[in-house]
Design a protein around this ligand. Structure first.
Ligand SMILES: Cc1ncc(COP(=O)(O)O)c(C=O)c1O
Length: 364
């Protein structure tokens, strides 16, 4: 049986394919901070279990205030959701674009959300020759018949940050051509002192920035994300029209607590500043593997050894990585691995060395 999950983190399916207990797998396929949920949040949840017994504030006032304070923006610009994914769908539903441009490879849910509203999608292919980065040709692709452009920075799965001056030129061009620009900054918190586009929102009335808290704060199961935009009409309409109480009380509490946990934030940046170059350099040194320098907590790679299914071979060693063959524009040679704890990263490296040396030497 093939293992072909659309997303990372599907350890249940992978374990079923291998006939092993999901708890025995080390999951490198979902990009979650290995420091785990912040202690400040664990404490807040256990001290507030009573919240489970009542409805959350349907307006989530304290949560929205906390997010607005964090970014120093008006509260009406912010809308939290049950993970960023909910807001991708809410926003696309509200904007109902007729023609959208997507960069490939990219996160799958933009396409699903656009397909749901019957939007015509044009792909803008990123190429390996251009280092998987869009160049100025993206600007000329932004014609006035487009309604919507999705960008992701750092991009998933490539892990690359978009060039800031190109990003601003794209925003400018979108403003001139009245194109809604949706920028996914789900992984930006992993890069210290990287403000992203939120400080520019007031210059671009049709710019929508999406953020996720599930990766950096390791709350993928609790779920929390948010949308920020100076387009208070669109934000307000989504707020009025969406289903009530989609964010559970503990996720709402998380948003009030974790952004103030500077100890956790610093520890996370410290971990990544060590493990990101270490894992990158070690992968780079492996025969038959090409890696792209990561900016976030995951690494994009290509395996050039004919006939090696790296995901399958590693699964046999109880390690799950993300294959990228189902991203438009990629093929079976491409994979993505999360950066995890030093001990787990060592296990990945050791397993890879075994898989690759076996292939090199034994001539099987
Ligand atoms: C680029 C990107 N954006 C958004 C999301 C969704 O985040 P959330 O867990 O907040 O729904 C993901 C999840 O993998 C992602 O990779």
């Amino acid at each position: 049986m093939a293992f072909s999950s659309q997303h990372g983190g599907n350890i249940i399916e992978a374990a079923a394919v291998m006939g092993v207990d999901a708890n025995t797998l080390i999951d490198f396929s979902a990009n979650i901070n290995p420091l785990g949920m912040p202690d400040s949040l664990k404490r807040a949840i256990t001290e507030n279990l009573v919240l489970a017994e009542r409805y959350p504030d349907v307006e989530y006032r304290a949560l929205h205030q906390a997010l607005a304070n964090h970014h120093k923006i008006p509260q009406e610009w912010v809308l939290a959701g049950n993970g960023e994914t909910e807001l991708i769908f809410n926003l696309v539903q509200q904007l109902s674009p007729r023609k959208a441009l997507l960069l490939t490879p990219g996160f799958a849910e933009y396409r699903r959300a656009l397909a749901r509203v019957g939007c015509e999608i044009t792909d803008f292919h990123l190429s390996e020759e251009q280092g998987w980065q869009p160049e100025a040709s993206l600007l000329s692709a932004l014609s006035s018949d487009l309604d919507c452009l999705f960008l992701c920075t750092p991009n998933n799965p490539t892990g690359l940050l978009l060039d800031r001056s190109l990003l601003l030129a794209v925003a400018q061009r979108c403003r001139e051509n009245n194109i809604a620009l949706i920028v996914d900054e789900a992984f930006l918190d992993f890069i210290p002192d990287e403000p992203g586009l939120i400080p520019h929102l007031s210059n671009f009335p049709r710019l929508y920035v999406l953020r996720s808290l599930t990766k950096f704060f390791a709350i993928a199961g609790l779920r929390l994300g948010y949308l920020v935009s100076a387009d208070t009409v669109t934000v307000g309409r989504i707020r009025e029209q969406r289903e009530p109480w989609t964010i559970n009380a503990f996720a709402a509490l998380a948003g009030e607590v974790i952004l103030n946990d500077s100890t956790y934030i610093e520890a996370s940046h410290h971990w990544l500043s060590n493990e990101q170059p270490r894992l990158f350099n070690a992968l780079n040194a492996l025969p038959g593997i090409t890696v792209w320098p990561p900016r976030a907590n995951y690494i994009f790679l290509r395996c050039d050894i004919e006939g090696v299914d790296l995901q399958r071979a590693l699964l046999e060693k109880n390690i799950l990585i993300r294959h990228c063959a189902n991203y438009p524009g990629l093929d079976v040679r491409y994979y993505r691995v999360a950066i995890k704890s030093p001990a787990d990263n060592d296990k990945l490296l050791e397993a890879l060395r075994q898989v690759l040396s076996h292939k090199d030497g034994a001539g099987e």
